[in-house]
Design a protein around this ligand. Structure first.
Ligand SMILES: [Cu+2]
Length: 248
């Protein structure tokens, strides 16, 4: 708990403790729950340690007090805290899964050392961008993530957790940004000497306003960026981008 004041520094654009969407909020809550659980167990160990030092060894055979400490606190208390944390983590993990609910699907393709994205553009037509992913704010979206070479990891700390980018195996990642804004992302899997520079941005735009100008467009997507066969895809099982009404 002494570390809590120090955590006020954990508020930057790559902080998981500064959530800007429901998925990231779940993760931040889990983080705090685990910190509290770890703090409780640490406090119990410290109390036991201090009592042991002050009282000395209890050598009486069959000492019920000693048994109560070992089974009641050492095992019972620790396992209870860990069981609650495990159940909470499983519950949070299940709520973070992509669901077949018609959410917008965008694509993220990692390469040494850049990110390419495909998202709905003007008239709902898919456009490819490099380094910047455009999504509507206030709406859940699924990112179909893959790689052309080695394993990378897609991570936008303010929007959600990490998801591996694996060649030939698209992973679906449910995210959402509550408000319009720019959210920074970073490859979270060491992928070679260019790894530290493999940053990107997610621009969440107001769906009621005009579409962004897609400033980093590299050109229309002329060929599929991903393999047609996406069997084994968990979630919606689709990589096609649904048509979206242009607000222009
Ligand atoms: Cu990397």
């Amino acid at each position: 708990m002494l570390a809590v004041p120090l955590l006020t520094a954990c508020n930057g654009p790559l902080s998981t403790l500064n959530p800007s969407g429901p998925v990231a909020l779940e993760i931040a809550r889990l983080w705090w729950a685990m910190l509290i659980g770890a703090g409780l167990i640490t406090a119990m160990v410290m109390v036991m340690l201090i009592l042991a030092i002050r009282r000395g060894p209890m050598l009486t055979e069959g000492n019920t007090s000693e048994r109560r400490w070992i089974y009641g606190w050492g095992l019972g208390f620790s396992l209870s805290v860990l069981t609650v944390l495990l159940a909470f983590a499983l519950w949070v993990g299940e709520r973070m899964l992509a669901r077949d609910d018609g959410a917008v699907t965008v694509q993220a393709q990692a390469s040494q050392w850049t990110w390419r994205f495909v998202q709905p553009g003007p008239g709902g037509q898919p456009v490819m961008t490099e380094g910047v992913l455009y999504v509507p704010a206030g709406q859940p979206f699924d990112v179909a993530i893959t790689s052309t070479d080695v394993i990378h990891s897609f991570w936008v700390p303010q929007l959600g957790g990490k998801m591996d980018a694996i060649p030939g195996h698209p992973n679906l990642h449910r995210l959402m940004a509550d408000e319009p804004g720019v959210y920074e992302g970073q490859c979270a899997e060491f992928c070679g000497r260019g790894h530290p520079f493999m940053r990107f941005e997610v621009v969440a735009y107001d769906p009621a306003g005009p579409l962004p100008d897609f400033a980093s467009i590299t050109g229309p997507m002329v060929e599929p960026a991903f393999p047609e066969d996406v069997s084994g895809f968990e979630g919606t099982g689709q990589t096609e981008i649904p048509a979206q009404e242009s607000s222009e």
